[in-house]
Ligand binder design. Structure first.
Ligand code: CA
Ligand code: CA
Length: 281
């Protein structure tokens, strides 16, 4: 049993709406909000967006092409050509794969990147690694992971950095991923929660982009985080609405959502191991 078709449509509309809002809120030569870039993230390997290049530049790294795109109001995605010493290897696009899906075409040696806004950018703070060895959580049998806070303070949010393993919400390799349930549509298939020691969800927060499902007692199982997928090398949660006060030694848990709510966990498999990070104020 899966989510009704109309819910998938709503998810797609939400993505498109987000893109058009970005376009319309353009001021001068810059867009508001914080942009996030990591090589390989929000990227489609060996593809390019055909027919919508409005400017070409020569750069030596993808991040330089990203900066050119970020500072040009017209740019919402870019193609980066990976061939060494090739001139004009940074192509700025005035459309993206969501608005022009047919234009995303295979091209050897080209990487297609979306310009992604991170609405949770916090300036002037650092991520602190919490664990000494990776924390593992399984997909069934109440096999949650545990981490404890090393120092008292106020936490803005947590993130996980992938180390090894996989979790799956169904039988077969096609359902294996770092953090998700890939039986559901991307990107609304993230399926890892952080809870307190009483198994109450604290992340993602209530205002996250949940995919409401109706085949379990609890309807908030799966969600999306802009810029992240089930196989991202990291999973960063949205920020707490106000910083969370934590004490030294306080325990938190990492759960696969189907395991947490004992729903459809019988056909699950695997265990993901990750490093935990906290963002202190
Ligand atoms: Ca399942
Ligand atoms: Ca369980």
């Amino acid at each position: 049993m899966g989510p009704p078709f109309w819910r998938w449509i709503l998810i797609i509309l939400r993505v498109l709406l987000g893109v058009s809002c970005t376009q319309s809120s353009c001021h001068g030569n810059f867009l508001p909000g914080g942009f996030y870039f990591a090589a390989g993230r929000n990227m489609v390997e060996n593809h390019w967006l055909s027919g919508y290049v409005f400017e070409t530049l020569t750069v030596s790294l993808p991040v330089q092409c990203f900066r050119k795109c970020r500072s040009n109001c017209r740019c919402i995605s870019f193609n980066y050509l990976t061939t060494v010493n090739q001139p004009d290897n940074c192509e700025l696009n005035e459309e993206n794969k969501y608005l022009k899906p047919d234009a995303l075409q295979p091209k050897e040696g080209s990487q297609y990147y979306d310009l992604v806004i991170d609405y949770n950018v916090v300036v002037g703070v650092n991520w602190i690694k919490i664990n000494t060895s990776p924390v593992c959580f399984g997909a069934r049998g109440n096999s949650y992971g545990v981490f404890t806070i090393p120092k008292a303070g106020h936490v803005t949010t947590f993130k996980l950095a992938y180390h090894s393993g996989y979790v799956s919400c169904g039988p077969g390799a096609q359902y294996q991923s770092n953090w998700g349930c890939t039986w559901l549509p991307t990107p609304s298939n993230l399926a890892v929660f952080i809870t307190d020691d009483k198994k109450q969800r604290i992340l993602p927060t209530d205002n996250a982009l949940f995919l409401n499902v109706d085949w379990c007692k609890e309807n908030r199982f799966y969600y999306s985080v802009p810029g992240f997928t089930a196989d991202s090398p990291e999973l960063r949660f949205n920020n707490f609405s106000s910083p969370l006060a934590v004490s030294k030694g306080e325990e938190f848990q990492i759960w696969y959502t189907e395991d947490l709510y004992d729903c459809s966990e019988g056909d699950n498999d695997g265990q993901t191991c990750a490093d935990m990070y906290e963002l202190y104020l």
